[in-house]
Ligand binder design. Structure first.
Ligand code: PAF
Length: 254
């Protein structure tokens, strides 16, 4: 696996799959690498904690970082090129062009500027790497929906692939932020996937999820439209950690 830090040093050819990440890689990322490996000739992963998508500096500062471990994980999953740019490489002095995304609802309302940062960094990565496919997890359902719309609205020549959420055996969705939960917080967090799963079968899934969150205060519970699937999504805060999750209401994740 080649580790590349500077844009001009990227020389990529073939049918390319890109897996954008912020590191702290877990089995959810591994599933994205494997899908890209199975479907593409060349697999590129990016490792960049994007300051522009953090609405809170404390969250950015606390974001887990371990490049050596992440590089070993990516290499073991058959990634060909790991792109690890610095903040200056991606946002050089004088940077001033942003992708504005309208009506993002739920996550967008809860985290002002978040999807502008996500859309901008992803469009930059798409232009730099020129993938035919880019891979994202269902867990960040609204992110996937926003990026599908960006690709459609700006006529970008790639397909956004969405892969099902990977969960721990007890149902908690894998997230780089889970490492911040204490044992007690982790136990309480299980109410989130359980409520969503139970509510998905009800006539009014939003009300049902709210009623079954077992004392967890939701920031939002909403239905997210991915184009080919509708999802019931929610965000909760447990201590200082914010968790999101969603389950399929109808359609298929692709
Ligand atoms: O999902 C993430 O880890 C990030 O939002 C992404 C897509 C890598 C953009 O920084």
């Amino acid at each position: 696996m080649k580790v590349v830090r500077h844009i001009p040093d990227l020389h990529i050819s073939g049918y390319v799959g890109l897996v954008p990440t912020m590191g702290a890689l877990h089995d959810g990322h591994r599933a994205l690498f494997r899908a890209a490996r199975a479907e593409c000739e060349t697999v590129v992963a990016s490792l960049f904690v994007n300051p522009a998508q953090f609405d809170q500096q404390s969250d950015l500062a606390a974001y887990p970082r371990d490049e050596e471990r992440d590089a070993a994980t990516a290499e073991a999953e058959g990634v060909d090129v790991l792109f690890v740019p610095s903040a200056e490489e991606m946002y050089p002095r004088g940077f001033g062009t942003w992708i504005g995304v309208a009506d993002t609802g739920a996550e967008g309302d809860a985290r002002p500027g978040h999807f502008r940062g996500v859309a901008t960094i992803c469009v930059k990565l798409f232009n730099i790497v020129r993938p035919q496919r880019a891979y994202f997890g269902q867990k960040d359902a609204q992110q996937a929906a926003v990026l599908r719309r960006v690709v459609r609205d700006l006529n970008l020549p790639l397909q956004i692939r969405v892969l099902p959420t990977v969960r721990d055996p007890d149902g908690l969705a894998l997230s780089s932020r889970n490492v911040r939960l204490s044992a007690d917080e982790r136990a309480r967090a299980l109410a989130l996937p359980r409520a969503l799963l139970a509510a998905a079968r009800e006539a009014d899934p939003i009300a049902a999820a709210r009623a079954q969150l077992n004392g967890l205060e939701p920031e939002y519970v909403e239905v997210v439209d991915l184009g080919d699937a509708r999802l019931l999504a929610a965000a909760v805060r447990i201590g200082t950690t914010r968790l999101i999750d969603n389950v399929l209401l109808e359609g298929e994740i692709s």
